[in-house]
Design a protein around this ligand. Structure first.
Ligand code: AMP
Length: 424
């Protein structure tokens, strides 16, 4: 499949060739034809899949082919709402790159800076507006922006938006859009509140789901610890004290949990930082920078906050809580073992998380060795009959023995904790 096969027009083709794109990515291949037909789209995909071009190219193509004249004035005909300033800037740059031979103009607005230069550009007129929610509403209220001519709206990283507490802003923005429009909605995960929100925004959407690369799981050395919930923090301290890892990313399912983990590490004399949606953008950026530069070696994060973390040579990922969505496990462990470097991912599994582990094993189609020789082993996790493990999940066919005593990988002597070369 090529971009020509997708019926992309010449000025855009020329620009994406200049960007060095030879082939559409899977999300582009699936989404572009849907969007060029003017249909609504629900996209389950994360940043890094080529998602931006998947919506930017059809938007540019539509605006170029369906030129409108508002007495020589430009009006905002496409609106992209995205949670962070960094993402907004990145999206604006993509529109500029792919649209450089089309004459279509975009601008980016976000909070935390003075509005003057943003309103100057808006006054001159743009066709496409990329915005974070707060500043968008602010400039609408001040009369600098009208959304009445918007033909295409994109809500990007919807789960991230909710995590950052933007849900009311989003609803207000949606209420200001014309009813007659094409709507696109992207989210990396689809928890019930996201599905609910998407229903409010989309008509009868086509759905595109891009699964994360499953092969990532194969490059990463994985192990699971059966442990009681109350012993998890002591087990974590034990692991981090036993060996020095240069960079450790610990995943917590909740924001509150992330803070608690960081506190228990602090008590044990292990310096760490926590990053999640309750922290301000500035605080998160500083935490991330410190981690990237190696000033802090241990970072505790929720799944959504961890999305911007791109650290070369991340030595160890710890799943302090197992994710209830199995794909999330792959996202998490993919943080280590990048660029073919072998990484290590250790998971703590308490009795309630057993069903999650089963779903993960089913998805990755691999066994995960169980570490038995640690001081906080909770044998009941391994031995509890299926019926006692809560919460129960339907369709989990896998027998407990497949990662228990009869697990072949143990007999091959893989039961020891995986080793790493990294030093702290
Ligand atoms: P995104 O998921 O939109 O953040 O894109 C991830 C990265 O992939 C960006 O650096 C894009 O420039 C790049 N990219 C997007 N589409 C393609 C493509 N078809 N071929 C090569 N690179 C691409």
């Amino acid at each position: 499949m090529t971009f020509t096969d997708l019926q992309i027009i010449e000025p855009i083709l020329r620009a994406i060739t200049a960007e060095g794109y030879t082939q559409p990515t899977p999300i582009q291949e699936q989404s572009i034809p849907i969007l060029l037909k003017g249909k609504d789209l629900l996209g389950c995909a994360q940043t890094g899949t080529g998602k931006t071009a998947a919506f930017a190219i059809p938007i540019l193509q539509h605006l170029f082919l369906d030129k409108k004249n508002f007495n020589g004035q430009r009006r905002i005909r496409a609106l992209i709402v995205t949670p962070t300033r960094e993402l907004a800037i990145q999206i604006g740059e993509s529109f500029s790159a792919y649209g450089k031979f089309t004459g279509i103009r975009n601008t980016v607005i976000f909070g935390g800076v003075k509005q003057g230069s943003q309103t100057d550009i808006l006054r001159k007129g743009v066709d496409i507006l990329v915005a974070t929610p707060g500043r968008l509403l602010d400039l609408i209220d001040q009369g600098y922006i009208s959304l009445k001519d918007v033909e295409i709206s994109v809500l990007d990283e919807a789960d991230h938006m909710l995590d950052m507490g933007f849900v009311h802003d989003i609803k207000k923005i949606i209420a200001k859009l014309p009813a007659q429009r094409q709507s696109l909605f992207f989210s990396a995960t689809m928890p019930p509140e996201i599905v609910e929100l998407s229903k409010k925004i989309l008509g009868n959407p086509e759905k595109v789901t891009i699964m994360p690369e499953q092969t990532t799981a194969e490059k990463v050395e994985q192990a699971v610890y059966f442990v009681g919930k109350k012993d998890k923090s002591r087990l974590l301290v034990h692991i981090l004290n036993e060996k020095s890892y240069y960079s450790v990313l610990i995943f917590s399912r909740t924001k509150h949990g992330a803070d608690k983990i960081a506190k228990s590490l602090e008590k044990a004399g292990i310096k760490s930082d926590a990053i999640h949606g309750n922290k301000s953008q500035g605080a998160r950026q500083r935490t991330l920078d410190n981690f990237k530069k190696g000033k802090t070696h241990v970072l505790v994060a929720t799944d959504i906050a961890a999305r911007g973390i791109d650290v070369e040579e991340l030595a160890l990922v710890v799943n302090y809580d197992l994710p209830n969505v199995p794909e999330t496990y792959i996202h998490r462990i993919g943080r280590t073992g990048r660029a073919n470097a072998g990484g290590v991912a250790l998971s703590f599994c308490d009795i309630e998380e057993r069903p999650y582990l089963k779903d993960i094993l089913k998805l990755i189609k691999q066994e995960i060795p169980v570490i038995e020789n640690h001081p906080f082993v909770d044998e009941s996790v391994e031995e509890t009959p299926k019926s006692k493990a809560k919460p129960q999940r339907p369709n989990s066919q896998r027998k407990p023995e497949s990662y228990g005593k009869n697990d072949k990988s143990f007999k091959k002597g893989r039961r020891k904790r995986p080793d790493t070369q990294n030093k702290r």
